[in-house]
Write a protein that binds this ligand. Structure first.
Ligand code: PLP
Length: 382
């Protein structure tokens, strides 16, 4: 055996992949762990979605390979979703590519645009996959800071003083995971100007746009967005379908085609039943979002209570599926995480896994029913 590829040393196993093994082991031993760590929606998809999947599975003709670009009907449903929800017009023929979750899109986009040695601007804190994929491709992550007092605005004044000549891509994400910073049209405008000036491709990773966010935004709604940006979107959080693995890449046809060139060499089209279920989800009306957000809002109120009990500070104006909490000066977030897990059987995420700017923070997910959060509150009281 002549050894693994060098790239394997550039990354570690994804935090949750390893940590959830431990949490699952604790549960197998009978420990009643309340998982407030991972953002995997526990709520069910709509009935129409499940029926579409079931009915398609009954069709003997539904089980063959599918088109690499998804069925036309799915791309049309995605285009209509963009039109209805963001006021953005996309051509379903060539400006939309269905994905097996947006996470795979991060890899495919990076493979389509990055050469070894290229630099990539990545938010700190941020979704760890941006930097791990960058490193796997022998490109270099360059981390930028977000101003949480200003809805997560990057510090453009500082960025402009950097040598950006090797920067090819910039990842952005609003509502931002993990901080919940909402972003704004003004910030997207500044980002588009910045990207134009420095010839950087912006990628707006947009999976949380409909979660506790009064104003869902797409970068394409902002003038010039289509010239410089791609956008990832996902059904995972919006429609409670994380295990279905359905996302989409949107943007200008030549860039989407480049990503398809990579992707079509690695995987094939999704099972037809998943595509039909996705269409049913994308066609859901406003009441879907209203009900879902009411539930998340109730849960968030309880998480705020839990955070108060633990003397943590947080921003009540934040958006998205998580509550991002700062630990008091001198208190170690890791000690808190361990104490909660091993003494109280409550799992939360240490902020440091999202980057050095997360060192003083912990993250609570809203993916547990109210009675479980109440139970967590009671466990801490005792
Ligand atoms: C910021 C961000 N982007 C992308 C993803 C991946 O989502 P998907 O399920 O569509 O692959 C996640 C999942 O947690 C995320 O938090």
């Amino acid at each position: 055996m002549k050894g693994f590829a060098n790239r394997i040393n550039s990354v570690e196993e994804y935090y949750f992949s390893a940590k959830l093994r431990e949490v699952n082991q604790m549960m197998a031993e009978g420990k009643p762990v309340i998982n407030l760590g991972i953002g995997s929606p526990d709520l069910a998809p709509d009935r129409a979605v499940i029926d579409a999947l079931k009915n398609t599975a009954e069709n003997p003709k539904a089980h063959g390979y599918q088109s690499y670009q998804g069925i036309p009907e799915l791309r049309v449903a995605m285009a209509e979703f963009y039109s209805r929800e963001y006021g953005v017009s996309l051509n379903p023929q060539n400006e939309i590519l269905p994905l097996i979750g947006s996470k795979e899109g991060i890899l495919h986009i990076s493979m389509a645009f990055l050469n070894p040695g290229d630099q990539v601007l990545i938010p700190n804190p941020g979704y760890p996959t941006y930097s791990s994929v960058t490193k796997l491709l022998e490109a270099e992550p360059v981390f930028y800071h977000l101003d949480l007092e200003k809805k997560g605005r990057p510090n453009f004044e500082e960025l402009e003083t950097w040598d950006l000549s090797k920067v090819k891509l910039m990842w952005i994400n609003y509502p931002h995971m993990p901080t919940g910073a909402s972003g704004s049209t003004q910030i997207l405008k500044e980002l588009i100007d910045f990207a134009k000036r420095h010839q950087i491709i912006l990628v707006n990773d947009n999976p949380y746009s409909h979660i506790l966010n009064p104003e869902p935004l797409s970068i394409f709604k902002v003038e010039g967005g289509k010239d410089v940006a791609l956008e990832l979107n996902s059904l995972s959080k919006t429609f409670n379908m994380p295990g279905w693995r359905i996302g989409m890449l949107c943007g200008r046809a030549d860039w989407v085609e480049a990503v398809l060139k990579i992707k079509s060499n690695m995987d094939s089209g999704m099972f037809l039943g998943l595509q039909k279920g996705a269409i049913a989800a994308l066609n859901l009306g406003k009441s879907w979002f209203k009900d879902q957000n009411q539930e998340y809002s109730n849960r968030r109120n309880l998480i705020w209570k839990l955070a108060d009990q633990l003397n943590l500070s947080y921003d009540k104006n934040s958006t998205g599926l998580f509550v991002w909490c700062k630990t008091p000066e001198g208190k170690s977030p890791e000690e808190l995480v361990d104490w909660l897990l091993y003494e109280k059987n409550i799992f939360i995420t240490p902020g440091k896994i999202f980057g050095s700017e997360g060192n003083q923070y912990v993250r609570f997910s809203l993916c547990m029913p109210e009675f479980k959060i109440l139970e967590a509150i009671n466990r801490i009281k005792s």
